[in-house]
Write a protein that binds this ligand. Structure first.
Ligand code: FUL
Length: 480
């Protein structure tokens, strides 16, 4: 009896054309496991440190004395511990900035800590930071500027081999790297020539020695530049991107790059999500005159909500002082930022709400999956159920919130292109019960935070997805 009932139910679903119970197929490009881990960790810390810390310049000339770099209380454990405590997944250090000075014994240069008076030439910032990161439980990553204003070969063919040797040394000497950062700046060498970089050579080295490192450059392949340095992702933000469609390359981004790097490409060819790099101070390097210009916790929350909250990954620069420690003002701001995030996002009021959806492909993909707090479960409609797709949450008592947080199940690709959210307004003397608009948007991706700017109180909330490139797969809808 029981089995014939199941058969009947199955036949009914099949007749309705429903792909019940089956996992949806991936759509378009998808993240690698390393990209997914990186996207879900949300934030990393950037550390700009080098001769510029001592000269007050943003771009050193490359003619600085090696002895300029002289931290007297280098404390990488403080940087890594602070990153861990305030919620960053990893730390990326400028092993070599445009001035060419290397914070480790670079085998292809004589402009480095090894040729300086600091610790009699025996110091190695990369070694100390990679050890401190593994001790603190955060990832370690490296920025290695291809542009080099010191190297005698820069601007000639011989430079590519020299850079590759430096790269190989950082890729093999300091344990696993979670990210490798290739800056896009490309200036002229002493011969007046701009270097033509051998990207195949460089990327091949990374693949060979650190296949799990997410590779940043203007155009990826692991992640792309967001197109500004103000801490802002675009509201429409596709993880998919086709560099060739814009003539964009690792060392050149012509045209309206803020728009196309920011937005990515709907239906783009590769999975190259955006990374949002910004400094906690006006400059990338520390200088005393900016000690009172450190971004406040409130500014950092805004940056978080406009970067991570628009489906990007935040890379926040926190530069150490001449002593080699992070200044108390930056520490206080970061701790305030963490406390603010913890308080805003302390309780998800949608957890366990009753959810009814326009349709689903069965129990494992029901509407309840968007309110279970688990990013690995998701609501999925049937393959042939067309838009609009709706999910309605109802609550026994009114809930009050100012932020709505959505998340797509990106392991199977990015899909949602347009949605709106409404709240139920109860019957009153002036108006019958009705749905009033609360928010709307385009893409969602890994995370989309809608800061409503005011508190909304309601007993029911309705999400309508009006456009999606394939059936939408929604992992989370949270209310805070
Ligand atoms: C830019 C550089 O020119 C800046 O100095 C800084 O390192 C920033 C992160 O990238 O291209």
């Amino acid at each position: 009896m029981k089995s014939s009932l199941i058969l009947l139910a199955w036949a009914a679903l099949a007749a309705a054309g429903c792909s019940a119970g089956t996992e949806p197929e991936a759509f378009g490009p998808v993240p690698t496991p390393a990209q997914l881990r990186w996207q879900r960790s949300e934030m990393n810390m950037f550390v700009h440190f080098g001769p510029n810390t001592y000269s007050g310049l943003e771009w050193g000339s490359g003619r600085e004395s090696s002895n300029l770099f002289s931290p007297d209380s280098l404390d990488c454990a403080q940087w890594a511990g602070l990153a861990k405590e305030t919620g960053f997944g990893g730390v990326i250090l400028t092993a070599k900035h445009h001035d060419g000075f290397s914070l480790w014994n670079n085998p292809s240069s004589k402009h480095s800590v090894a040729y300086s008076a600091w610790r009699s030439g025996a110091g190695d910032v990369l070694a100390e930071l990679s050890a401190a990161c593994s001790e603190a439980g955060v990832g370690f990553g490296v920025y290695l500027s291809p542009w080099d204003r010191n190297h005698p070969y820069y601007g000639s063919d011989k430079y590519n081999a020299a850079y590759a040797e430096a790269l190989e040394s950082v890729l093999t000497g300091y344990g696993p790297l979670f990210e490798m950062w290739f800056d896009g700046a490309c200036g002229e060498g002493p011969n007046g020539k701009k270097q033509v970089y051998d990207w195949n050579l460089f990327l091949g080295k990374v693949r060979e020695h650190q296949p799990d490192a997410v590779v940043f450059s203007n155009v990826g392949p692991g992640c792309r530049w967001v197109g500004n340095e103000e801490g802002r992702a675009a509201e429409t933000n596709w993880n998919t991107f086709t560099p060739e469609a814009h003539d964009a390359s690792r060392s050149s981004v012509p045209g309206d790059y803020e728009k196309y790097l920011g937005e990515g490409d709907e239906g783009g060819q590769y999975w190259i999500p955006s990374e949002v790099d910004v400094s906690i101070r006006p400059g990338w390097f520390w200088r005393a005159s900016e000690n009172d210009k450190v971004k406040s916790p409130e500014e950092l929350v805004k940056i978080y909500e406009e970067s991570v909250g628009r489906g990007g990954v935040l890379l926040l620069n926190v530069p150490p002082t001449v002593s080699g420690r992070i200044h108390p003002n930056d520490v206080a701001s970061l701790k305030g930022f963490r406390a603010a995030l913890d308080s805003i996002y302390a309780v998800n009021l949608a957890l366990g709400a009753k959810v009814s959806v326009s349709d689903s492909r069965g129990r494992n993909f029901s509407g309840a999956k968007i309110v279970d707090g688990n990013p690995d479960t998701y609501w999925a409609p049937c393959d042939d159920c067309a838009s609009p797709w709706t999910a309605t949450l109802t609550f026994e008592k009114p809930v009050r919130f100012s932020r709505i947080v959505l998340g797509e199940y990106i392991p199977l690709g990015q899909r949602i292109a347009e949605f709106r959210i409404e709240a139920l307004q109860p019957d009153s003397a002036d108006a019958p019960e009705s749905w009033i608009p609360v928010a709307d948007g385009t893409t969602i991706g890994n995370k989309r935070i809608l800061n409503l700017g005011a508190t909304v109180s309601t007993t029911a909330l309705r999400l309508t997805i009006t456009r999606s490139l394939a059936i939408p797969l929604l992992a989370e809808l949270g209310l805070y």
